[in-house]
Design a protein around this ligand. Structure first.
Ligand SMILES: C[S@@+](CC[C@H](N)C(=O)[O-])C[C@H]1O[C@@H](n2cnc3c(N)ncnc32)[C@H](O)[C@@H]1O
Ligand code: SF4
Length: 337
């Protein structure tokens, strides 16, 4: 089996299908001018599916489609149909801001999509608009319930918590997810890219998030799904639903990270905090054989040494501290979150 320098296999692939987004979440996107990837540089569906097939041959079991906002990619359901037919792929899912879900849920479900994650950081409409700059909470909620009615299951909600912005929304989000049968995962605010000007003070730790929840809904830890998932899961002690916390800042899981990323323009990126990718599109477009492409991907993975979040935590705990902007990183919308 393919392993990197720390003996980690490659099991998950996140594919960004576009770097464009109809929101401008302050923790994710630059508000200023951003140089969008040119249309002709974006991978075509056939190219994505071919690469997906090769990644699966190398051990990938799970693919998540993301972006930017993936539902902005025209005819996404066609890509989902193609990926659903990749032999050996065990799980295909999608992360979306939900704004276009109400209209697309039927086609996505018909194409074979099984489950989705919807990002929703507050249930307060004005705050939602402030955080996303352009988002309409009512449309996202419509999308969420449409997805539920079309049988996309389980639906997970993702909420990034930023201090002084939405840390007072945690309990309401938990109540909402319990009431409607959604699983919810809270995400520590991370220093992905450089545009969000991350400072550690804005990050609300897993421990603080859990304390707030526990004060209202007692929970107990279950652990990580299959031992390697980024989220640590909890169960309400009344036996009802589950929730999770992704603590990539305070409890890094680099030693278990089995995730590769493919950018919308076909670059293979081996860490969320990388400053560069490896161009697979060039190989595709110059007519490389499957064997050649597999050779290149394997060589990149075998050399992989990434453990950025471990290093960040060590720096945060050192006398010098950690300077997020001293490190040049690819922006989240380019990478695929
Ligand atoms: C980049 S988005 C792409 C998919 C889609 N547009 C969405 O919002 O779900 C994927 C996930 O990354 C999360 N994210 C973006 N910036 C983040 C940050 N700085 N820290 C933690 N999570 C972040 C988002 O909240 C979302 O759940
Ligand atoms: S988090 Fe998702 S919705 Fe928000 S700006 Fe980033 S890509 Fe767009």
């Amino acid at each position: 089996m393919l392993r990197d320098t720390f003996h980690r296999p490659m099991k998950d692939l996140r594919i960004s299908v576009t770097d464009r987004c109809n929101f401008r979440c302050t923790y994710c996107m630059p508000l200023d001018e951003y140089v969008w990837i040119k249309r002709e540089e974006i991978l075509r569906f056939e190219e994505i599916t071919r690469l997906a097939r090769l990644f699966v041959q190398l051990g990938v079991e799970k693919i998540r489609l993301t972006g930017g906002e993936p539902l902005l990619r025209r005819d996404l359901d066609k890509l989902i149909s193609q990926l659903s037919a990749v032999r050996g792929l065990k799980d295909l899912c999608l992360t979306t801001n939900g704004s276009l879900l109400a209209e697309q849920a039927p086609a996505l479900a018909a194409a074979g999509l099984k489950r989705i994650n919807v990002s929703i950081d507050t249930l307060n409409p004005e705050k939602f608009k402030r955080m996303t700059k352009r988002g309409d909470l009512a449309k996202v909620l419509d999308g969420l319930f449409a997805a539920q009615s079309y049988g996309l299951h389980p639906i997970k909600l993702n909420a990034v918590i930023e201090r002084g912005v939405n840390d007072d929304d945690i309990v309401e989000l938990v109540e909402f997810s319990r009431e409607h049968g959604f699983a919810i995962r809270f995400i520590e605010y991370m220093d992905v890219g450089n545009a969000n000007n991350w400072i550690s003070e804005k990050m609300v730790s897993k421990q603080e998030i859990l304390e707030k929840i526990n004060a209202h809904f007692p929970i107990r830890e279950i652990g990580r799904d299959q031992g390697s998932a980024p989220s640590v899961d909890y169960q309400f002690t009344d036996g009802s639903r589950r929730l999770g916390v992704i603590a990539s800042v305070t409890e890094p899981f680099c030693s278990r990270c089995t995730r590769a990323r493919l950018t919308a323009d076909g670059k293979l990126v081996t860490c969320l905090f990388s400053d560069h990718g490896h161009d697979l599109k060039a190989l595709l477009r110059r007519g490389a054989t499957d064997a050649e492409i597999i050779g290149v991907i394997s060589a990149i993975w075998r050399r992989r040494t990434d453990r950025y979040s471990d290093e960040r935590l060590a720096a945060m705990n050192s006398p010098q501290g950690y300077q997020a902007n001293a490190h040049q990183k690819i922006e989240m919308i380019t990478l695929g979150g």
